[in-house]
Design a protein around this ligand. Structure first.
Ligand code: SF4
Length: 156
């Protein structure tokens, strides 16, 4: 898997202070995409074991407390990304107790394959659906257009 950016301290993508990973690769081609440079799977940099370890350690950093991890892109549910994102999510669940995971995807919850669903079953919040420019609304929290739905699966 490739990624575009990793922000170890982020207060924009999700609630509280967070770690945020923007992965590479997205098939949805939304008109007005806010992150067009991330659409190609081979763009960005290789997501290494070192970076995975770094994210886990940032989430457990007691000096700067993070509420959780945000996964965006690109699309973390791109079929080519699911396996590595699943590995990361499983580690966060096992090694970072109490941290929440938010995930943004261009797929809707109803469209998910069994493999994508396995991953989504481990996240706390999913913001789903393509960005639709005609429904864009800058006043919306955590999403760009009104068709996108915030699914909160847990109280975290
Ligand atoms: S789902 Fe997101 S990253 Fe993918 S094309 Fe649409 S706006 Fe861009």
């Amino acid at each position: 898997m490739n990624y575009h950016q990793y922000h170890p301290i982020d207060v924009v993508n999700g609630p509280g202070t967070r770690c945020t990973l923007f992965v590479s690769g997205c098939v949805h081609q939304c008109r007005g995409c806010y992150n067009q440079s991330t659409q190609r799977l081979d763009s960005g940099h290789l997501f290494t074991q070192d970076l995975q370890d770094h994210i886990i350690s940032d989430l457990n950093d007691t000096r700067i407390k993070r509420r959780g991890l945000s996964l965006s892109g690109g699309d973390p549910l791109h079929p080519a990304n699911v396996s590595e994102v699943l590995t990361l999510v499983k580690r966060v669940k096992e090694e970072c107790p109490g941290k929440d995971i938010w995930l943004w995807s261009g797929y809707t919850l109803e469209e998910l394959t069994d493999e994508q669903r396995e991953l989504v079953d481990l996240v706390d919040t999913l913001i789903d659906g393509k960005f639709i420019q005609d429904e864009a609304d800058p006043s919306l929290e955590w999403r760009g257009s009104a068709n996108q739905i915030i699914h909160r699966f847990t109280d975290l």
